[in-house]
Design a protein around this ligand. Structure first.
Ligand code: BT5
Length: 331
């Protein structure tokens, strides 16, 4: 569960990668001197990096050379590709953790700054709403959480999910070239199947949001083959586009998009997020079914209100608002 955190001193492995990525062959002795480590320490970290998939050539008399970088979301690689002021300026990267949302919660409670990003290659307890499980094998998909401290009243906390969904739709269009839609409250769909899910959690005091955790799982290169009984069919960007999409590009583009929108919403109000949400919504003017533990309603989606509640015109003609529930699209 060790994380590579970026603004508090970088992990020695990252320092080594930084040097290797800017040189041709470099001897163990020079590397050790430059980094202020012993040669056995350099050797140990190089061995670990090789195990993680980095192609590092070592030739006697010449030293080490970086030949191939695995698709690992190292903080340094992320930081090189973002032009944000806050989102992703502090990064924690986990090869394995329980859940980025769980980790983000304790960091946020300890005062982590807005924009802190937590990325995992694998989650042992990846979670959805109502303690449902989020499945994703190691290194295949994007699993991350962002800490926000918006100046919104607690009733508008749902707009964390709105911000993430709209930014994701824009990002996927830009990076993968496909159109995706939002299914209220927290799913992204492509070709009638679930492509991504968002889990927003928050802590409030009476009149403001203290912090908000926006957790996002995107199926890039893997989707659950068979949906569980209560679940919806799933898909991945690989299945939808026929080719592998760079997780790094997707994540960095998302951070740029999301910060931009977040700042705009901070200046102009969340109304602009609502408008964009409506544009991508799969439930507007569509027949849908919504259910909670006890009941099921059917109607036509009308949009969301200022607090993110789904407005439905029920089959009996009445208009009703829903703050929670699972929606199914009716075809
Ligand atoms: C969600 O919940 O869709 C929110 C998922 C959020 C996951 C991210 S990953 C990073 C961060 N850290 C976490 O621990 N969580 C967040 P919900 O709408 O409740 O959907 C959960 C349901 O989706 C499950 O019960 C399954 O039926 C289904 N499911 C699980 N894994 C899936 C996957 N990879 N793709 C599509 N559907 C999946």
């Amino acid at each position: 569960m060790k994380a590579l955190d970026h603004k508090t001193p970088p992990h020695p492995k990252e320092v080594i990668l930084g040097v290797l990525s800017q040189s041709d062959f470099i001897s163990g002795e020079v590397l050790a001197k430059q980094l202020g480590m012993t040669r056995p320490a350099v050797w140990k970290y190089i061995a670990q990096l090789k195990e993680e998939g980095f192609g590092i050539e070592s030739i006697q008399g010449r030293g080490y050379r970086l030949k191939a970088v695995p698709d690992i979301l190292y903080p340094d690689l992320i930081r090189q590709k973002i032009n944000t002021r806050r989102f992703g300026q502090k990064i924690f990267h986990f090869l394995r953790t329980d859940s980025t949302n769980i980790q983000a919660r304790s960091l946020a409670a300890d005062g982590a700054p807005e924009g802190t990003l937590l990325v995992a290659e694998y989650q042992e307890k990846g979670k959805g709403r109502l303690d449902r499980q989020w499945q994703s094998p190691s290194g295949k998909n994007l699993l991350f959480s962002l800490i926000l401290r918006p100046d919104w009243p607690p009733q508008q906390a749902f707009y964390g999910t709105v911000l993430a969904s709209v930014s994701l739709c824009r990002t996927i269009r830009e990076v993968a070239g496909i159109e995706v839609g939002i299914k209220w409250p927290n799913d992204l769909y492509s070709g009638g199947k679930k492509l991504a899910g968002i889990l927003t959690e928050f802590a409030t005091d009476p009149d403001r949001i203290e912090y908000m955790i926006v957790g996002i799982g995107i199926n890039c290169n893997w989707a659950p083959p068979k949906p569980p009984p209560e679940g919806q069919p799933a898909t991945s960007l690989l299945q939808e586009t026929g080719h592998k999409i760079s997780r790094l590009r997707l994540l960095t583009c998302f951070l740029n998009q999301a910060e931009n929108l977040y700042e705009k919403a901070g200046n102009e109000g969340v109304g602009l997020l609502k408008e964009e949400w409506n544009r991508y919504s799969l439930v507007i003017n569509r027949p849908v079914t919504i259910s909670n533990n006890q009941n099921t309603w059917t109607g036509i989606g009308q949009g969301i209100d200022d607090f993110g509640a789904l407005i439905l015109r029920l089959d009996n003609g009445q208009q009703e608002k829903f703050l929670a529930g699972d929606v199914r699209l009716r075809f």
